[in-house]
Design a protein. Structure first.
Length: 394
């Protein structure tokens, strides 16, 4: 960990977007109108919107400038080649398939390799990833070991490698189309995955002849944590660490709304020629021609520029420290949070914070609603409301 005490935004703000202030009474009315579902609010009734950072960030001056270079040719646009080069400079995979966002890449991949009887191991599936696996009839299995939420371990996103190997032996190599690693591990609190763990998974995959894919939405944040926390990486550059991660992967899915620093976009990439051909065939049905895949040329430009900026250390230091600043302040005032503070979000343990609210009265949802009512802050419940199933399994 570095010792920077002061967080300085490594940018100046160039345009101002107004926020409308509201009163508690106005927010109560908005909550009633939304059926207490924060996703149903009008965003202009929100003062601080922490629902997600996905695609919601301000783009940089150079991203807006890149948009002016957007070339909207149907096939072979120069904007496509700029995008392709930017992706392959960090992730030198043979085939890059652009999509309109991350879940579209997941939908295409799992519609090709999923299906009934198949199982997909992951350190922890993101919600859209799980849904896309299960939608094909396949089974999504999470293998992050149980952790004390307050334990200050450096890489709580790591997979349980022994459990992965047991699963492969029990369920059979032929039923496992791919092993996935989500970096950072979003569902477990935006926690990073170490290169040591990725290497161990690579070794298991190679031994059993299984392809290894990364859900790499927060790859730059993960690389920053490796630089801070993993022995031997302090002096390495972020792109060099990304290359070390990339060298272990046979493919990836990506949301450019995260570490692409863009408002829309994503991609699917892999080395396997036959798999790429099958995926491109689905892409043409659902997203578009392989050199734009559901994106405008201007979006491809914004992502290409975003990928250059996301690996800058001043940006990453500011990004990770400002998340920790909020989380550590909550921790210091006695609010139970997942520690250490992860990359892109602060995760409050609502069940521990509100022990008087039983699980089926939804403490996470109650807390999210109370935060909005009291402060106009829109957070997001990740718990029984988001993931609960009816007794019949639906
Ligand atoms: C956001 C995200 C996705 C899905 O990407 P979208 O662009 O929202 O479709 C998948 N996996 C992880 C880890 C994510 O953070």
């Amino acid at each position: 960990m570095d010792n920077w005490q002061t967080i300085i935004e490594p940018f100046r703000i160039h345009s101002v977007e107004p926020i409308r202030m509201t009163t508690v009474a106005q927010r109560e009315a908005a909550l009633n109108g939304a059926g207490f579902n924060l996703f149903n609010l009008h965003a202009d009734d929100v003062i601080i919107d922490l629902l997600t950072d996905s695609g919601t960030g301000a783009m940089s001056r150079d991203q807006w400038a890149a948009i002016q270079h957007g070339d909207e040719s149907y096939a072979g646009s120069p904007s496509w080649f700029r995008f392709l080069n930017a992706v392959q400079k960090l992730w030198p995979l043979k085939h890059v398939i652009p999509t309109h966002q991350g879940r579209a890449a997941e939908k295409i991949l799992f519609s090709v390799i999923g299906g009934p009887g198949k199982i997909v191991p992951n350190n922890a599936h993101f919600d859209t990833t799980r849904a896309n696996v299960e939608n094909t009839g396949a089974e999504a299995i999470d293998l992050t070991p149980p952790r004390n939420p307050h334990e200050l371990a450096p890489f709580k996103g790591d997979i349980d490698v022994a459990a992965l190997e047991r699963l492969i032996m029990e369920r059979g190599v032929k039923n496992i189309p791919v092993v996935f690693m989500t970096i950072t591990n979003n569902s477990m609190g935006g926690q990073p995955v170490s290169l040591a763990n990725l290497r161990a998974v690579r070794e298991v995959c190679t031994r059993y002849g299984l392809p290894l894919f990364f859900d790499a939405c927060r790859f730059a944040e993960n690389a920053w944590f490796i630089k801070q926390r993993e022995p031997g990486y302090a002096a390495k550059s972020i792109p060099d660490i990304v290359h070390e991660m990339a060298a272990l992967a046979d493919g990836m899915t990506m949301s450019a709304k995260k570490d692409g620093l863009a408002n829309i976009g994503g991609w699917l990439a892999m080395n396997d020629d036959a798999l790429a051909e099958a995926c491109r065939n689905v892409l043409i049905l659902t997203e578009g021609f392989p050199t734009y895949g559901g994106l405008a040329g201007r979006d491809l430009e914004a992502i290409a520029q975003g990928l250059e900026e996301v690996v800058e250390e001043d940006y990453l230091r500011y990004r990770i420290q400002s998340t920790a600043y909020l989380g550590e302040a909550l921790d210091a005032s006695g609010v139970p949070v997942i520690l250490p503070i992860g990359g892109h979000a602060v995760y409050i343990d609502a069940r521990e914070m509100l022990p008087h609210i039983p699980p089926l009265e939804y403490p996470g949802q109650a807390l999210a609603v109370a935060l909005y009512r009291a402060g106009g802050i829109r957070g997001c419940e990740i718990g029984t409301v988001m993931f609960g199933v009816h007794p019949d399994g639906t």
